[in-house]
Design a protein around this ligand. Structure first.
Ligand code: FES
Length: 277
């Protein structure tokens, strides 16, 4: 469902703000028109533009699941003027929301397969609804292996869900940080090294990865070293986006528009353009 003029945002009310890390907040929104809120639908992998009125708008992937009806959630990292303005808002504030846009993870097609999730930093944000969708439909998928990496323990997003994920049937959660602190007893390793260490089999497996470009590049190499083919590796790209509808040519990767053809791609689709990313 999209607003009648896709350039005009819906009005949404900020219901709740949760600090996920020192620089990432989870914003929980509700469209102000109840009928729109009740019918608002989107899928894991899609994104929307959020606007801080008077400042500007920026794109963010949905991190909630529409069918759970627990609010529309986004993880916002403070990196510029729009995100700084969004971080300043308190519950009750009005935010503009334009979307949903883009394609989505074809989770129906992955039924019966093992799923290997590899996220780094804020890159875990669009992967959270994928994990929760699989956990909500656990019997329909094979083994679920999750690697969640960050710079430090404080930068690991969705820490309050780790127990739920780790205790789910046939699910393995592996955390890693570049640098631990005095309380950290877990891994200190880069995400691609953990991929190589864990050696998941590529047989009947889809790998879904999102994170900083350098992590993606080395993760891709690690997966290929394990025998994963390009059509078994899926990512979601974050390019500079302006319109979200294939009109402004801001977001191209080769001949693809990230906003319209993506943001979800297999590496088979984008490998020849990867050097631009
Ligand atoms: S954001 Fe305008 S063409 Fe993709």
């Amino acid at each position: 469902m999209m607003s009648i003029n896709p350039f005009i945002p819906y009005q949404a009310t900020l219901k709740e703000v949760i600090n996920l890390t020192p620089d990432i907040k989870l914003l929980n929104l509700e469209l102000t028109v109840p009928e729109l809120q009740n019918n608002f639908d989107y899928k894991p992998g899609q994104f929307a533009f959020l606007s801080a009125y008077g400042v500007g708008e920026a794109p963010f992937g949905f991190v909630s699941l529409a069918y759970r009806k627990s609010g529309i959630e986004f993880a916002v990292r403070r990196i510029g003027t729009v995100t700084a303005a969004l971080h300043e808002l308190e519950p009750g504030a009005t935010i503009g929301l334009r979307g949903p846009f883009g394609n989505y993870f074809p989770l129906e097609d992955y039924k019966g397969k093992n799923i290997f999730i590899i996220g780094g930093g804020i890159g875990m944000a669009p992967l959270r609804p994928v994990i929760n969708f699989i956990l909500d439909h656990r019997a329909e998928y094979g083994n679920l292996l999750i690697i969640n990496g960050a710079r430090t323990p404080k930068d690991l997003v969705f820490a309050n869900e780790f127990d739920t994920w780790a205790k789910a049937p046939r699910t393995q959660l592996e955390l890693t940080v570049d640098k631990g602190d005095q309380n950290w007893k877990g891994r200190e390793a880069l995400v691609p090294a953990v991929v190589t260490e864990l050696k998941p089999s590529p047989v009947n497996t889809i790998a879904i990865t999102c994170g900083p470009p350098i992590m993606i590049r080395f993760t891709l190499a690690a997966l290929k070293g394990l025998g994963f083919a390009n059509n078994q590796i899926v990512t979601t790209l974050e390019q500079k986006m302006k319109c979200g509808m294939g009109k402004c040519a801001r977001c191209n990767v080769g001949d693809k528009y990230v906003c319209k053809d993506g943001p979800v791609f297999t590496f088979e689709q984008i490998s020849k353009f990867l050097e631009q990313y």
